[in-house]
Ligand binder design. Structure first.
Ligand code: PLP
Length: 404
């Protein structure tokens, strides 16, 4: 009889989205005429840019012709044309990353979850709390010990290292999901310093980097000195270019990142990850990689920024409403997420129920992202403009009413 990986049995059920769906269904049954506005969705809603569609159509045509047909991609690490384009993009962000240090992935989630395959199960994992649940779950699945750095109101939801606590692998996400907070250059330097003192590796998730507008906020950890010796970065075109249904992103493992094995040999993390991927991953499809390449052209960048600007305007509308009502929040600027403190000291779920029942607006209770999320709430800017405006009008009335 096969033995199970019983770590899976210990995982908490993903109650967050199951509970939300249950509550929405119950509300719909009781109020069939209600016009629910969904402000909790983390998926994009605008279509992919025309230049990307054209590039993919052309690539599909090539696949139908014997001379230009493509089968397996040799390395599975991505075609040179795309790695070169990503390397050029990094240059524009102020980071010097060679095409050889880049591997094309099928979105950041897979690599964020799988990267720990190359690290031992006895590592101590440090995650900022609240966090994107993949970091915690993918380590609990292997039975690893997970410890937390508090992100809370006091530190603006930008958790910082405690030098008295040791960790081997650190997950950082900036701009953060769910809190929308961003790390400054100084804060990232401190994390790099902590990683060096602990011989630790930072796994840096920059999935929302394209939403950063402040030129002083780094859009890659590799904009910071010393990062190449300690960090791996995962990024994605999902939110940058509407690729959630296309599946393409990139992982950067610098050549300088080395870890010492138990026999004293120095091991290249990039080579080890390449070995893992060589066995378990056959690459991203050619048409999708051609579409991704088009994102990084002058016209592509212009077109994707029109969509990003649309979401940024939604974020501005939401943030402005919070400021007007004196509701404490992080995000909204440099991020598509707005993370706010529930009015009148309400708990996250209590506020979820109130918002649903009184104004038929749905968001995501912060408590679902970790203990420091209790009493906080996440709204996203990925929705329709008119619906966002409507939701904020209702929200304004609700909070004014509650605070009476
Ligand atoms: N990282 C963060 C912080 C996210 O919020 C998401 C998706 O919502 C991802 C990674 C995964 O994105 P994808 O797998 O679509 O690239």
């Amino acid at each position: 009889m096969p033995k199970l990986n019983e770590n899976f049995l210990k995982l908490e059920k993903n109650y967050l989205f199951i509970n939300i769906a249950k509550k929405i269904n119950a509300f719909k049954q009781a109020n069939p005429e209600a016009d629910i506005i969904r402000m909790g969705i983390g998926d994009v809603t605008l279509p992919i840019a025309p230049v990307v569609v054209e590039a993919m159509k052309k690539a599909c045509d090539e696949m139908g012709v014997k001379e230009t047909f493509k089968g397996y991609e040799d390395s599975g690490a991505g075609y040179d044309f795309l790695k070169n384009a990503v390397s050029g993009y990094y240059k524009s962000l102020g980071a010097d990353i060679s095409p050889e240090e880049i591997r094309i992935n099928d979105g950041a989630k897979s690599d964020c979850g799988n990267i720990v395959d190359i690290f031992g199960d006895d590592n101590i994992i440090l995650v900022t709390d609240p966090a994107y649940p993949v970091y915690v779950d993918s380590n609990l699945m292997s039975g690893r010990k997970v410890i937390y750095a508090d992100s809370n109101e006091e530190n603006g939801f930008a958790g910082m290292p405690d030098y008295d606590v040791h960790a081997d692998i650190i997950y950082l996400c900036s701009p953060n999901n769910p809190t929308g907070s961003v790390y400054t250059r100084e804060q990232l330097s401190e994390w790099i310093d902590y990683a060096k003192k602990n011989n630790a590796v930072i796994i840096y998730d920059s999935a929302y980097e394209a939403f950063i507008t402040d030129p002083d906020i780094p859009r890659s950890i590799f904009c910071i000195e010393g990062a190449k010796e300690v960090a791996i970065e995962m990024c994605s075109l999902s939110k940058t270019a509407g690729f959630t249904g296309m599946r393409c992103g990139y992982t950067v493992i610098p050549d300088a990142l080395r870890v010492t094995a138990s026999d004293g040999t120095e091991v290249s993390v990039s080579q080890l990850w390449g070995r893992r991927q060589g066995s378990k991953f056959n690459g991203v499809s050619y048409p999708v990689q051609r579409g991704a390449e088009a994102v990084f052209t002058e016209e592509g960048l212009k077109q994707i920024h029109e969509n990003i600007a649309y979401y940024q305007e939604n974020a501005r509308i939401i943030s402005e409403t919070m400021s007007e009502l004196d509701v404490k929040f992080t995000g909204g600027i440099n991020s598509p997420y707005i993370w706010f403190k529930c009015p009148c000291g309400m708990g996250s779920w209590e506020f979820f129920d109130t918002m649903l029942e009184k104004i038929a607006v749905v968001g995501t209770p912060g408590a679902g992202f970790g203990k420091n999320g209790e009493g906080w709430f996440r709204l996203t800017a990925f929705g329709d403009r008119q619906r966002t405006i409507e939701a904020m009008e209702h929200f304004r009335k609700l909070v004014t009413e509650l605070e009476k």
